[in-house]
Write a protein that binds this ligand. Structure first.
Ligand SMILES: [Zn+2]
Length: 460
């Protein structure tokens, strides 16, 4: 039985899909105005663990992800500059930039062995659906028009904002100290569904026709429109980072539920932040680390995946280079152990049960990794170990099969020396590690440490 922590109820709940054996999953995607940093990537890793665990449990997953390429203003509020337009240029140049960062994002997630969503939908490719949804909200009087924009009327919903502990009355006080750009907003917390080409956005470059004149959509409406288009409403699981707990997700819920009178999604999951030096990662803080930064320092991207697995998705991960190095050593040690196993057959049932219990306990991947190591160190048959590990890797995504294949054609005695050397390195006994390397080379093999782990070659 799969249990998930639902942000809506703030409780651990048994997962019950709408359709038997099928899951609709919507994960909020990136705003493609820059490279993703490793804090962003941690969220996509958590969502990948979730998706793979659903598949492991026998569900067919329909996974939809949006790409925000218009309407996300700096600061996540309804003022500030459109993130996409910050760099300047005409419409074609802005779209070229969006393409560049979309491609970079997809390349990053491929390197992390994150499965791509079945549908990857850009906001600018679904403007008509967003306009239709805004029309529905106006007809049902959940929205109103000013000279500058169309706003969602938050006071019309008794339970706005869902997912947070905030009350609307408190938000009014808080928002008063902010800059209120549009004096005709009914409530400071009302958020924009559509911006007109007026006021600050008079010269906004990305623009589309609408019944209210040319303009561009607000940030939140794209997810309401596209999740409904591709998954229907309600669908099963909606996810994102904890920074979406407000304002993005409550605003998605407000739009979709006001328009159609049914819930948007049944389960909401949120991944915690990755912290660096106990602070949030941001370009302005000078601590903006991308996947390429790790690769430049010769880290295998899967070492970062291993590190993400070691911390529960609802706990903060305090990131350091030392923790990444520890994850890399553990991963390569694991690869060395796997490379000496016999052809897969059967399976270690007890361990498979423990693994399943861990992942089904709100994605306890740290415990699942502990099961992996227990199995490695157990007395189970070598072939059973490999069979179970390959099965576990459907969830872990650490490429165990590749590690095993790479270990073929090398005498067992030599592989044993490599395992001992990985163990010595993990224990920081570098003298012993060097001695073992000399033994391996004396036996006629060269041992190279590469970004993908070690590589053994026969000397000729
Ligand atoms: Zn979203």
């Amino acid at each position: 039985m799969l249990k998930l922590f639902n942000s809506l109820s703030r409780k651990l709940e048994e997962f019950k899909p709408i359709k038997p054996k099928e899951v609709g999953l919507y994960t909020c995607g990136p705003t493609v105005y820059n490279y993703a940093h490793i804090g962003n990537l941690r969220t996509y890793l958590f969502e990948d663990f979730l998706r793979r665990i659903l598949v492991y449990n026998g569900f067919k997953v329909n996974h939809v992800m949006n790409m925000t390429d218009v309407g996300h203003l700096s600061g996540d509020q309804d003022f500030g500059e459109d993130k996409m337009e910050k760099e300047g240029g005409d419409a074609a140049e802005i779209m070229t930039l969006a393409k560049k960062y979309t491609d970079a994002f997809l390349a990053d997630i491929d390197k992390l062995n994150i499965l791509r969503a079945d549908v990857i939908a850009p906001a600018t490719g679904n403007i008509v659906e967003q306009v239709e949804l805004i029309k529905t909200l106006l007809e049902k009087r959940f929205a109103y028009e000013t000279e500058l924009a169309i706003y969602f009327d938050v006071a019309r919903l008794a339970d706005y904002p869902k997912l947070t502990n905030q009350k609307l009355s408190d938000m009014k006080v808080a928002a008063r100290s902010d800059v209120i750009i549009d004096q005709n907003k009914k409530h400071p917390a009302d958020f924009a569904l559509w911006f007109k080409l007026a006021g600050r956005y008079k010269n906004h470059i990305l623009r589309w026709p609408s019944p209210w004149g040319d303009g561009f959509p607000g940030w939140h409406i794209e997810c309401s429109a596209m999740s409904r288009k591709y998954l229907g409403q309600p669908f099963d699981i909606h996810t994102g980072g904890v920074d979406h707990l407000f304002p993005h997700h409550p605003n998605e819920i407000a739009q979709s539920e006001a328009a159609f009178g049914v819930p948007l999604a049944n389960y909401w999951l949120h991944g915690e932040h990755l912290l660096i030096n106990d602070g949030r990662m941001a370009k302005s803080e000078g601590n903006f680390i991308t996947l390429q930064t790790l690769i430049d320092r010769e880290f295998n991207p899967l070492a970062f995946r291993y590190l993400a697995l070691t911390t529960h998705y609802r706990s903060r991960l305090n990131w350091t280079w030392e923790s990444l190095l520890g994850a890399k050593n553990a991963l390569y040690n694991l690869y060395a152990q796997i490379s000496v196993l016999e052809m897969a057959a059967g399976g270690a049932k007890e361990f498979e049960q423990a693994f399943e219990e861990a992942i089904n306990d709100d994605l306890n991947t740290a415990q699942a990794l502990a099961v992996v190591w227990d199995l490695i160190h157990s007395e189970e048959e070598s072939s059973a170990k490999l069979a179970s590990l390959l099965k576990f890797d459907q969830v872990l995504g650490l490429k165990f099969k590749e590690a095993w294949i790479a270990g073929r054609d090398i005498p067992a005695a030599i592989k044993q020396l490599v395992i001992e050397r990985e163990g010595a390195r993990a224990a920081k006994d570098f003298q012993k590690a060097d001695e073992l390397r000399r033994q391996i080379e004396a036996a006629g093999f060269t041992l190279e440490d590469t970004i993908d782990g070690w590589r053994l070659k026969k000397k000729f």
